[in-house]
Design a binder for this molecule. Structure first.
Ligand code: N01
Length: 538
């Protein structure tokens, strides 16, 4: 890696990027295209971010592979051949590695390095970043590509340290093979990670205890090969394929788009027949058939009841199927996509343990104690999710103007402009941060849009000879209002989801993602065309 020193012998580059997941890799490529010097710090031993850490058995993407692909290079898009409709974690990791090599990105990436602190120097208008290796680097810009779901949440359970078996977290799964054969295993959590790992490990384990606090809606993936004729049609015109997907509220699924019509304006049979059709297609477009399934609670109930009827049909034991039926609106927590999840509960090797009332009471040396019993376990898997969206950002001590830390500033929840920039923190950009559509979209589309916007912004600043950009306080305040107002017209805020920060004790409760990719994209464009309206340029 080339080292650049300033006159004080301080390592100095134009841009520091934190994270070499899909966002960091693309941002690096864009910054280099501008001819700027850049350094990327990545805490993992390889590139890939989410797909480096979440290597638990069964891990795969819930957005279709052709859509969950980089958008910026049609050559890259055409030369990479996905082997399945929903790619596995190993394939996604190979894809990230391929892209890093294809564009010679490793030259600017320092692996196995965590950023501990970044402080803005007001006099020099530079960020000083310090790593866990004691290295410091100064830069004009600091870009956080730290991911939205990269800080694993390990809940505190009474007497946890007494447990003598192995403890795993799905979001931090070991690189070495984990052998669960012949073991009694406990898994805590029934979100998307659990939905994938459970069917994958049932054949191995002697017994699996699934500790469920909240039942989850799971729609099938019907994973398989990508139909050749479909792939050929996409490859014939990737530009239109991507442009059409970006018109969708979640930036994917154009080919399965629904009607701009209320589910309540047609007969229930018609809605159910559309849901059945979508169930048989598989994937996240299940709720896209009508325009109000996520905004009107009566419409939402039709979809929720439809899935519950499926659960009752799939799971043979009626007491277990009732426990697996959620009682919150469908979609207000992220719907999971996976094959054979509900079917797993027909296996005699699987016991569903309801912990909805008292949670897990304590651990002992070899067991989990819950309200209705003690369950002996050799190993425990925490599929307990993440300190989402803000966790990875606030794990770094970021200090802005006047010595104010981002942790202080966000004590009551993340406040920023467009999810991209924060008042008091000049020349800091956040990729797919809270306040942007990020986790409610196909991440590749959001990453692409942010990387291109940030690169153009830096280019424009350089050509206009500005040295600092900062969101104004008023633009930030009104943006936070916009984000929460849009959410208030939907069912999203109605349950305890990680979108709201409700999964992490004492985390401020605030709906974090912006709902609707197309309106967000046009807002960002409008701001850019109006010379960064809402920002102060100096
Ligand atoms: O985490 P989650 P995840 N005691 O937060 C339970 C993406 N993802 O890793 O609902 C007992 O969804 C918690 O219970 P509750 C995707 O965006 C994508 O599964 O809080 N239980 C819940 O059941 C997803 O949404 C893919 O009551 C506790 C579970 O743990 C996001 O990552 C694959 C507990 C956590 O579910 C997160 O998914 C995997 C406690 N103290 C993940 N604390 C794909 O692309 C938490 N729980 C397919």
């Amino acid at each position: 890696m080339s080292k650049e020193k300033d006159s004080n012998n301080q390592l100095s580059v134009d841009v520091v990027i934190v994270g070499a997941g899909f966002a960091g890799l693309l941002m690096l490529h864009q910054i280099r295209e501008l001819g700027l010097s850049v350094r990327v710090y990545e805490r993992g031993a390889d590139v890939g971010g989410t797909w480096f850490w979440n290597r638990y058995p069964g891990a795969r993407c819930d957005t279709e592979s052709l859509e969950y692909s980089y958008q910026f290079s049609t050559e890259l898009f055409r030369e990479w051949k996905w082997s399945e409709r929903f790619a596995t974690q190993p394939e996604l990791l190979r894809y990230a590695q391929y892209v890093a090599h294809r564009f010679n990105l490793h030259a600017n990436i320092q692996l196995n390095t965590s950023v501990e602190k970044s402080q803005f120097d007001e006099r020099l208008k530079k960020w000083l970043t310090i790593t866990n290796r004691g290295e410091s680097v100064s830069s004009d810009f600091l870009i956080l590509a730290t991911g939205c779901l990269s800080t694993a949440h390990l809940p505190k359970i009474p007497e946890m340290s007494r447990f003598r078996g192995k403890i795993y977290h799905t979001g931090n799964w070991p690189k070495e093979e984990v052998n669960l054969s012949g073991q009694a295993v406990g898994i805590i959590g029934t979100g998307s990670s659990a939905v994938q790992i459970i069917p994958a490990i049932v054949p191995q384990v002697e017994h699996l205890y699934v500790f469920q606090r909240t039942a989850n809606y799971v729609v099938p993936a019907w994973n398989g090969q990508i139909p050749q004729d479909y792939e050929l049609s996409v490859m014939a015109d990737p530009v239109s394929f991507r442009r059409n997907n970006a018109k969708m509220i979640r930036a994917h699924g154009y080919r399965n788009r629904g009607r701009d019509q209320s589910a309540l304006s047609v007969s229930r049979e018609e809605v159910e027949s559309d849901l059945e059709r979508r169930w048989n297609i598989g994937g996240l477009n299940f709720l896209d058939g009508f325009n109000d399934l996520l905004t009107n609670s009566d419409a939402n109930k039709i979809a929720a009841e439809f899935v519950k009827a499926k659960i009752r049909k799939i799971v043979k034991n009626s007491a277990i199927s009732e426990l697996l039926c959620p009682n919150h609106p469908i979609g207000c927590k992220r719907v999971s996509v996976g094959d054979d999840y509900y079917e797993s509960f027909n296996s005699r090797k699987v016991t569903l343990v309801d912990i909805s009332r008292s949670g897990i009471i304590r651990l002992s040396e070899d067991a989990i104690e819950a309200e209705k019993g003690v369950y002996r376990c050799d190993s425990l898997i925490f599929a307990t999710g993440f300190d989402a969206m803000t966790g990875p950002i606030l794990s770094i001590n970021i200090v802005g103007r006047g010595g104010v830390t981002l942790r202080e500033k966000w004590r009551e929840g993340p406040r920023n402009y467009l999810g991209l920039a924060v008042n008091g923190f000049p020349n800091l950009f956040i990729m797919t941060g809270p306040g942007s559509p990020s986790v409610l979209t196909n991440m590749h589309v959001s990453i692409d849009q942010h990387a291109a916007w940030i690169a153009r912004c830096i280019k424009s600043m350089r050509s206009q000879k500005f040295s600092a950009i900062e969101a104004t306080e008023s633009s930030e305040l009104s943006w936070v209002e916009v984000v929460s107002k849009i959410a208030s017209h939907t069912i999203f805020p109605s349950c305890n989801s990680w979108y709201l920060g409700a999964n992490v004790p004492n985390k401020p409760r605030m709906f974090m993602p912006y709902i609707g990719f197309p309106s967000y994209e046009s807002k960002c464009k409008e701001i850019e065309e109006n010379n960064y309206f809402g920002f102060k340029l100096t």
